[in-house]
Design a protein around this ligand. Structure first.
Ligand SMILES: [Ca+2]
Ligand SMILES: [Ca+2]
Length: 122
């Protein structure tokens, strides 16, 4: 009994630290090379329409703007950027810890973002 309670406690600690704000986030920038307006997507908060959100400076809307990104996504998860509103059409997946200074073909395309679990083997 005592062991299972301890196990549950440590699992909870591990889970909560993996999803802490410092280790679970995505940042998008309006321009390539991490410049201009910035949008922070908090851990596991989906955004179905970039027209109706505010960038970090308080300005409304970030639709068809994102051009570069840095991210820290926990194991077992990915943040998926979609070309259209409500998670539709072409997409770009952000996994692990990384950065992309220039979205290339996906430049100025993202219109929604959703946190999704990785499939087995993904
Ligand atoms: Ca842009
Ligand atoms: Ca779009």
């Amino acid at each position: 009994m005592r062991i299972s309670v301890l196990t549950a406690f440590f699992m909870l600690m591990f889970t909560s630290s993996a999803f802490a704000a410092s280790t679970c986030w995505v940042k998008l920038w309006d321009d390539a090379g991490y410049t201009d307006r910035e949008l922070t997507i908090p851990c596991k908060r989906d955004m179905g329409d970039f027209n109706h959100i505010h960038s970090d400076d308080g300005k409304k809307g970030f639709n068809d703007k994102a051009s570069s990104a840095k991210w820290h996504v926990p194991d077992g998860w990915k943040l998926v950027l979609y070309e259209n509103h409500h998670y539709a059409k072409r997409k770009m997946e952000l996994k692990g810890k990384g950065e992309n200074p220039d979205f290339g073909w996906f430049n100025d395309k993202p219109s929604s973002a959703r946190w999704e679990r990785l499939a087995p083997g993904e």
